[in-house]
Design a protein. Structure first.
Length: 157
């Protein structure tokens, strides 16, 4: 999954071609607490750099249950995603600065270049295997917690 901010769609699409999956990124635990109090634990790869975020889940053959990828933005922003070169369907969760799910798109279409919008400012995006949100009753407003959020939104040197 390629990530891009709404102001840079053209420049990101014009950049170098990504032709293979990236190696596994560093991971962190992540918990989603649903509105009924159920806690669901995940291990997520952390996409922090621009290159890691551009490559995302592209060319990966599968994503294990209870795994995913967390895109951590430098600062809260409108966030757009797409499925270019992404072989597997995903659930995409847009997370606000209070670590609540702001918006979600379930069962995305592999290879689609349609823009999937955050519909507002978010601080991160979580990609999970398609069907996870429905299976676990994850909805807008649910709380997302992870040690990865401890240093979020801090200026880079």
């Amino acid at each position: 999954m390629l990530a891009f901010s709404s102001v840079s769609v053209t420049s990101v699409r014009a950049e170098g071609t990504i032709t293979q999956a990236q190696p596994m990124l560093p991971t962190s635990p992540l918990t989603i607490t649903t509105q009924n109090g159920a806690k669901h634990n995940f291990i997520v790869e952390l996409a922090k750099t621009e290159k890691q975020q551009e490559t995302g889940e592209m060319f990966r053959q599968s994503i294990a249950a209870n795994h995913g990828m967390l895109f951590l933005w430098d600062h809260p922003q409108r966030s757009d995603m797409w499925m270019k070169n992404t072989l597997v369907s995903l659930d995409i969760l847009f997370i606000d600065s209070q670590h609540r799910i702001h918006a979600l798109k379930e069962r995305t279409i592999p290879f689609s270049e349609a823009v999937i919008k955050s519909h507002g400012v978010v601080s991160s995006v979580l990609e999970l295997p398609a069907g996870t949100a429905e299976r676990l009753n994850i909805v807008v407003g649910d709380l997302v917690e992870s040690p990865a959020f401890q240093n979020e939104n801090t200026a880079k040197p």
